[in-house]
Structure formats: structure tokens, C-alpha cells
Ligand binder design. Structure first.
Ligand code: CA
Length: 618
């Protein structure tokens, strides 16, 4: 009996020992790279059982394995590789040795960069961004709705479930988006989100290098990028560095103890972004905001860890180069380590100096937002290096302004007031203006379904300064649903699914009201495409009076007058004298919506709750 027990014990000890010595190679990230970047350094994450107990080696001309970082966790190695200027595209093996024997190897590919890759021009004020929630736009491939090994299955009856929209669905409707007149497409995250539920929105990344197969493959994303560019449009990728999904493979086996921000008890962020720029903030409030988790299912990444920092920087560059991106929208920007974010912007812009990145800095005052745009004169000396931010101050003003009566500091004056604080920004012409997005009630709901106010808001964001963003479905008067949850802000585009009873992608499937709205935006967007005066012209505004707000966009060649009448029922005659500094130089004006010419500038009537956009002519 004793002997048997001893033998069993011996068996477990030896099998444990051989088990513990098992060496596998599961992941190498980035999976490949390119020659010819300004920064010759690359840090490769290697993951596999006991891979940290091996000695890696690289022999290839122009390639040097400079440093091998061993972590506390034996399942990781980080390799610092130098790619010299004379390194040729091709593949080289990274070999892993144990006790002098090669146990495994990885063939690492170095690709050649496409010509002009570094010079790519990001999106700017000459663009109009169309924002798409991919699960809710169109289901082009019902065969990919459910995938083996993926936890959440498609259920279109659940407003907060997956509905099956995908990359193919967007691809199928590029002609629709192009016809509407958008020139850039921002798609909410498409990376793998293998979560049990609420996975459709894509903000719980479980793999930073892989498109979720329920949206399509990485190759499908490349195809989409190719056709977006073929159609003369730009592609903006949504990235999330503040947090990942609870089911990310790092969670069960993190590379380092400080890879995530963890507290003894679950701590949720306060969502109060002002804590970061607040000169009087307490340490505990600051830490809770930056280090608290976004949700129980969204662990907070610690970007102050230098290995994670490099991983995220390289991940962005990898996607820009791989998919030919024209821009990045970075989620929950102030929630990340702000010094890391500045380094990230600098690293990306070093490789792509004309690229654009917009950060989601959701604060409601110009001062709160402007802190985050690069080169802002901040009291604490912080420079974010972020080229663009969202104008949530104007978003707020647009929601209140057309709903209120016009008073000393209410009503349409709110729009004027926000613009008057543009001196706070390093570059107000480069910020993204919006009436709504996937996180809020649709604008039409906020205006009690008054289409006149939606048109005013669209006219404003498309003719004032900045880069306009339009949320998918605005053009067909989509509204937020009445059931609970964010899913109702992201309803399915009618006609996007096989068998839908209505197809709003076609004019014949739209109501007269929907066609009217589509036509309004179609006219405005297509007019705007070639109007340099709107893209880069100066802006001069007049203080609103009697609910009438007038501003001019002007350059040496052209002048456009925009007049908004915020009165509920009263048409207003334009007071020509008041605007004589502009109007005296012109004889007529062309209404860009109706195409009609106004021959007498002393007799301009602006209808109630409407916007008049006039191209002035000598
Ligand atoms: Ca699908």
C-alpha cells in the first residue's frame, strides 16, 4: 500500500515536472511588420507556455535582436528588434532555444511599405464623416452571424443583442453613402469582442489584432478599405486603449502584475473627465477616474506599463499601415494615462505627419475640451499632441438652443457663445462637430421629432467651422427606440437585413418626409464637397438678435451667408443694414438648398425654425 502511494506520488511529480517544462508558442504580436519606418525599433510580444524560459535568437541581414525582456510571468518574452535601413522585405525566423536545442520558431515577415504610405492625408474640414454602428447597419452575410467558439449568438429581437450587421453590409452600401455625399466613414470598433453579452458595440476588445469573425475577417476589412478608397472616401478606425474586454486572453494570464489597474475592491471610474485637467483635484478622485474600471466587463489597462504602451503604439501603426487608414477615433481619451496618450500621438504622427486622430474627450465646455487638443496653452504645461477633439460643447448647445426661447443667455445664443470661446483651442477649424452619435439619444428625439430643428442643426454643423460628423440614419429620420438600453440608440437601418419589409436605402422605400431629409443632406453635402470657403474660409459671426443668428464664411474668392431663425412661428426679415459690412459687396444670393436666386438682398425673409444658406454674388 505504502509503495503504491509512493509510486502514484512519483508519477504526479514526474508528470508535473514534464508538464511544467512544456514549451509552446501561441502568439507573436505584432504578427508581422514593415521595413522603412522612421523608428527602427520594434518590440515583439511572444506568448506561449514557458516561452520565457527559452533563449530566442535572430539571424538575418539588417535585423538585430537587441534585447530580450524576461517577465515575472514565464509565458511571455518581449523582444526588442532593430530593423536597419538596409533590411529588405522578406521573412526571417525567430528561433527559441532551450538547453542548446531549438524548441520552436516563428517566421516573422517584414513587408515593404506602399509608396506614399507615410504621406497619407488624414480627414479634415473638407470631409463629412458618416458614423456607422456596424452590427446595426446592414447584414451582408447572414452566414457569419453565429460562429463556433463565439459566446454571444445573434438575436435581433433583443435591442441590446447582436443583430448580425457586418463588413459586407457596409461594403454593399458604399454607393449609398457616397451618393449621400459623405467623404469619410467612421465605423465603431470591429475588433474581436468575444463576450457573453452586450458584445455587438465592439468596445470590449478581446483581441487587438483580429477583426471579429461575426463582422468578417481582417482580409474583409482590407477589401472594405480598398473600396472606400476606390469611391474617393476615407476610413477612420475606432480604437479603444482605456480598457479591453473581460474575456481578453491577457485577463487569465497577464504579462505583468501591473498590466491592469486593479483595486482590492472593484472600483468603477467616476466618468468625470474634468478630473484630469482640474487644478484642484484630490488624488483619490483622480485615481478613481483614471484607474477605475469602465465597467465590470471592461478592465482598465495601465498604459503606464512600458510594455503595454509600446504594444498599443505598435498596434495603431500596424492597423494604419495594414488597412490603409485615414484616421483614428480614440475612445474615452482622458480615461487613459495622459502622458502615454501624448507619446502615442507623437509616435503615430512621427510616422504619418499628415494623419488625423480625434479623441473622445466628452466634456461640455470649450475649456474642458480644448485642454486635450495639441499645443493648447494649458496651465499645467500638458501637451496632449492630439490633433482633433469632438466639440461636445456645441453638441450640448445644439440640443438646448433650438428648444429654448431666445433670451439673454438662452436659445440660439448658445451656439454663438460656444463659437466665441474658440480662442481656447489650438485649432478650432480641426475639431469634429456633431449633433449626435451612438452614445446619445438621436438628435431628432432631443428636439421632440421636429424635423425643422434637425435641418437647422445639420445646416449649422455643415457650414460653421470644423469637421462635421453625421450619425447613420439621420438622413432617414431614424429615432431612438423606447425600450431600455443603449441598443435603442443604435437601431437597425431599415432594409439592411434580408427580408426587411422596408428598404430605406432606396428612395422608393422611403416616406416623403424621409426623402425630403435625405434630399436636404444630399444637396448640402454634395455642395459642401467643393466649397473651400466652408473648409478653410474665415468665420465672422453676429450676436443673435430676436432669435436670428447670422454668420458668414468668407475667403478672397467667395462669401457664404448663413442665417438661422430660431423663432417658432414668425418669419423674420433680414436687417440688411446690420450686415452691411458683408452684404454691401454683393448684389444677389443663391439659396443652395432650393437653387433659387435672391435678387434683392434687402428683402430676405427667413422662415421660422429654419436655416438659409446663401452663396453671395457680385
Ligand atoms: Ca452577418
Amino acid at each position: 500500500m505504502q509503495k503504491t502511494l509512493f509510486l502514484i506520488f512519483l508519477y504526479f511529480v514526474t508528470s508535473w515536472s514534464s508538464f511544467s517544462q512544456e514549451i509552446t508558442l501561441k502568439r507573436v504580436e505584432p504578427p508581422f511588420w514593415w521595413t522603412g519606418f522612421k523608428n527602427p525599433e520594434l518590440q515583439v510580444l511572444v506568448y506561449g507556455k514557458n516561452i520565457g524560459k527559452t533563449d530566442p535568437s535572430v539571424f538575418a541581414p539588417g535585423i538585430e535582436l537587441k534585447l530580450v525582456h524576461v517577465m515575472d510571468n514565464p509565458n511571455y518574452l518581449f523582444l526588442d528588434i532593430i530593423i536597419s535601413k538596409n533590411a529588405e522585405p522578406g521573412s526571417f525566423p525567430i528561433a527559441f532555444y532551450k538547453d542548446g536545442k531549438k524548441v520552436t520558431e516563428y517566421l516573422f515577415e517584414l513587408r515593404g511599405r506602399e509608396e506614399g504610405s507615410a504621406a497619407r492625408k488624414g480627414f479634415d474640414a473638407s470631409d463629412v464623416i458618416y458614423l456607422i454602428m456596424p452590427d446595426r447597419f446592414s447584414n451582408g452575410d447572414p452566414a457569419n452571424d453565429n460562429r463556433e467558439g463565439f459566446l454571444e449568438k445573434t438575436d435581433r429581437s433583443n435591442p441590446n443583442g447582436r443583430h448580425g450587421g457586418d463588413i459586407k453590409g457596409i461594403l454593399n452600401h458604399l454607393d449609398y453613402i457616397k451618393d449621400l455625399g459623405a467623404t469619410a466613414i467612421w465605423i465603431n470598433p470591429l475588433l474581436e469582442n468575444n463576450m457573453l453579452k452586450y458584445s455587438y458595440h465592439g468596445y470590449s476588445t478581446t483581441d487587438y489584432y483580429k477583426t471579429d469573425p461575426r463582422f468578417g475577417s481582417n482580409d474583409d476589412y482590407l477589401t472594405l478599405s480598398y473600396y472606400i478608397h476606390q469611391n474617393g472616401m476615407k476610413l477612420i478606425m475606432d480604437m479603444v486603449f482605456n480598457h479591453c474586454g473581460l474575456n481578453h486572453w491577457w485577463m487569465t494570464d497577464p504579462p505583468a502584475k501591473d498590466w491592469f489597474n486593479q483595486s482590492p475592491e472593484f472600483t468603477r471610474t467616476s466618468y468625470r473627465a474634468a478630473t484630469v485637467s482640474d487644478p484642484y483635484i484630490s488624488a483619490s478622485d483622480y485615481n478613481q477616474f483614471v484607474k477605475g474600471w469602465f465597467d465590470v466587463t471592461m478592465p482598465d489597462l495601465n498604459q503606464a506599463n512600458p510594455f503595454l504602451a509600446k504594444y498599443l503604439i505598435q498596434n495603431s501603426i500596424w492597423w494604419i499601415e495594414y488597412a490603409g487608414l485615414d484616421g483614428i477615433r480614440q475612445d474615452t481619451y482622458p480615461y487613459c494615462d495622459k502622458n502615454f496618450m501624448a507619446e502615442w500621438d507623437k509616435a503615430v504622427l512621427k510616422e504619418y505627419p499628415n494623419f488625423n486622430i480625434v479623441g473622445e474627450c466628452w466634456l461640455l465646455s470649450p475649456g474642458g475640451i480644448s485642454y486635450w487638443q495639441k499645443d493648447a496653452p494649458n496651465l499645467d504645461g500638458y501637451n496632449s499632441h492630439l490633433p482633433s477633439v469632438f466639440d461636445f460643447a456645441m453638441y450640448d448647445a445644439l440640443r438646448l438652443g433650438f428648444m429654448e426661447n431666445d433670451g439673454w443667455n438662452t436659445g440660439i445664443l448658445r451656439l454663438y457663445d460656444v463659437l466665441s470661446q474658440d480662442y481656447l483651442y489650438h485649432d478650432p477649424s480641426h475639431i469634429v462637430v456633431l449633433a449626435d452619435n451612438h452614445d446619445v439619444d438621436r438628435y431628432l428625439n432631443s428636439q421632440k421629432n421636429d424635423i425643422r430643428k434637425l435641418k437647422m442643426a445639420m445646416a449649422f454643423i455643415l457650414t460653421s467651422r470644423g469637421i462635421p460628423e453625421i450619425y447613420y440614419g439621420t438622413e432617414i429620420l431614424m429615432t431612438t427606440g423606447v425600450k431600455n438600453g443603449d441598443g435603442e440608440k443604435r437601431k437597425d437601418f431599415p432594409g439592411g437585413w434580408p427580408g426587411d419589409s422596408v428598404n430605406s436605402f432606396n428612395a422608393s422605400g422611403r416616406t416623403p418626409q424621409q426623402n425630403d431629409m435625405f434630399g436636404y443632406l444630399h444637396t448640402l453635402l454634395n455642395w459642401r464637397k467643393t466649397k473651400e470657403v466652408i473648409h478653410t474660409g474665415k468665420l465672422t459671426q453676429f450676436i443673435p438678435r430676436d432669435g436670428v443668428y447670422v454668420y458668414f464664411r468668407h475667403n478672397e474668392k467667395e462669401t457664404v451667408m448663413v442665417a438661422l431663425n430660431n423663432n417658432e412661428n414668425d418669419p423674420k426679415m433680414l436687417d440688411r443694414k446690420r450686415y452691411s459690412e458683408f452684404l454691401d459687396n454683393f448684389q444677389t444670393g443663391k439659396d443652395i438648398i432650393t437653387g433659387q436666386t435672391i435678387n434683392n438682398l434687402s428683402n430676405i425673409v427667413i422662415q421660422p425654425k429654419s436655416a438659409l444658406i446663401l452663396e453671395l454674388k457680385k
